[in-house]
Design a protein around this ligand. Structure first.
Ligand code: PMP
Length: 418
């Protein structure tokens, strides 16, 4: 391996003991099928450091109570821990805490925007513009509400390298387009979209923007305010946090004008059978008992990522990506999908003559966890002309040695299938 791609050789990485970071993730010490586990499925869900596991455990052991309801000590501790996590999460992505709605994940966040913002404001013939690289979570909610309000869905295309065709996208931003929903980073191609530029173009034309940040927040510094979007959705379990956590940031004017999505406790000010008045945002959109321990754990994940430094994480993952891409490119018959100039550490690939599921199954027997399938992106798979790919998605806790081992395992598997 050359120094040019050595993750240990660069200034930001040099200040961090990545082996010690890795040791914070207990599951990475286990074996599968008698081989050391190599986890290359972080785009699906990330592994959790002990700090997150211990914080969640300590919440249940020492503080467990419901939030915003009880005046007793535990109730106040739980509320403080929950709201404290919201405050830290908001600071982490540079938004106001009272504009950050806590959700169960990206899926719930996008559905909230679809049902509370788009459904009441869009009508017959209005256009919702999506891109060909969207996850089903950023397609299906729009289809569901389009059916009900008569809106039409249009799709922006991608180049053979897997980048958005920006000229075509801007030409598609016609006067009938009311909303543009697109991903920050593709979970299949790894493409990082130029969000600020796209949002600027949309805003000039009066188009509301929603950005799916699921694959961006865990891997690079993200300043949501600087991006200039209207809505930004992301998920906690891909950023070292517990499952069932996430958030939606929305501009204040939207949060104020949007009707609630779910009704129930917490989201009200006063309930009368004649008329109910609602709590202020973000609580107006948080009906019922939330995933309190999960959000408290997500606060610990934010602390962990902040202490590590998102710029250093981005840099290390870029170097791991470059090393892995160069290594895979040297293997005959391996085809990589997605060659964007700006790319996150996601490598979708196929080996000539082998089915993706067979590859993933055999790799699992060697200890390597990679995802195979359509990656919740049917339209993209149809476009690139394959039913499934294998996807190796890396995180800062992965190593060069794991990539070297993976290349060897892939060679072995290729022979078995060939
Ligand atoms: N969008 C993208 C780009 C994703 O990768 C995912 C998760 N695979 C989602 C949305 C959905 O996230 P969640 O299941 O956490 O709601």
């Amino acid at each position: 391996m050359s120094d040019a791609v050595n993750p240990e050789a660069t200034p930001a990485s040099a200040t961090i003991d990545w082996a010690a970071k890795r040791a914070d993730f207990p599951v990475l010490a286990r074996t599968v099928h008698g081989k050391p586990l190599v986890y290359f499925d972080s785009a699906n869900t990330s592994q959790k450091p002990r700090q997150v596991i211990e914080t969640t455990d300590a919440f249940y052991r020492e503080h467990n109570a419901n939030v915003s309801r009880a005046v007793h000590t535990l109730g106040m501790e739980a509320t403080d821990a929950y709201e404290g996590a919201r405050t830290r999460l908001a600071a982490f992505v540079n938004v106001r805490a009272d504009e950050l709605v806590l959700t169960s994940g990206t899926t719930q966040a996008i559905n909230l925007v679809a049902y509370s913002h788009a459904l009441p404001t869009l009508g017959k013939g209005d256009v919702i513009l999506l891109t060909r690289m969207e996850h089903h979570a950023n397609i299906v909610p729009w289809q569901l509400i389009a059916e009900r309000c008569g809106a039409v869905i249009r799709v922006a295309d991608i180049t053979p390298e897997g980048e958005l065709d920006l000229d075509a996208l801007y030409r598609q931003m016609t006067a009938d387009v009311r909303l543009l929903a697109f991903t920050h980073v593709s979970n299949v191609l790894g493409t990082v979209n130029p969000v600020a530029e796209i949002c600027r173009e949309a805003r000039r034309r009066g188009i509301v923007t929603l950005v799916d940040g699921s694959q961006a927040i865990p891997h690079r510094p993200v300043d949501i305010t600087a991006l200039g979007c209207d809505f930004y959705a992301f998920t906690g379990h891909k950023m070292l946090g517990p499952t069932g956590t996430g958030a939606l940031w929305a501009r204040r004017e939207h949060l104020q004008s949007m009707p609630p999505f779910l009704g129930g406790g917490e989201m009200i000010r006063e309930v009368r059978f004649e008329k109910t008045t609602f709590n202020d945002p973000p609580h107006k959109f948080e009906a019922g008992t939330p995933n309190i321990a999960g959000i408290v754990g997500l606060g610990a994940a934010v602390d962990y990522l902040s202490a590590t430094g998102m710029a250093a994480i981005e840099q290390r993952e870029k170097q791991l990506l470059q090393y892995a891409t160069e290594s895979l490119d040297r293997i005959d018959g391996v085809r990589i999908f997605g060659r964007a100039r700006e790319k996150a550490a996601v490598i979708s690939f196929l080996v000539e003559g082998a089915h993706a599921h067979d590859l993933a199954t055999l790799l699992d027997l060697e200890g390597y966890a990679v995802r195979s399938g359509h990656h919740c992106a049917h339209p993209l798979m149809a476009y690139i002309g394959v039913p499934a790919t294998c996807r190796a998605s890396l995180a800062f806790y992965n190593t060069v040695e794991e990539i070297d081992g993976f290349v060897k395992a892939l060679g072995k598997v290729r022979k078995l299938l060939g």
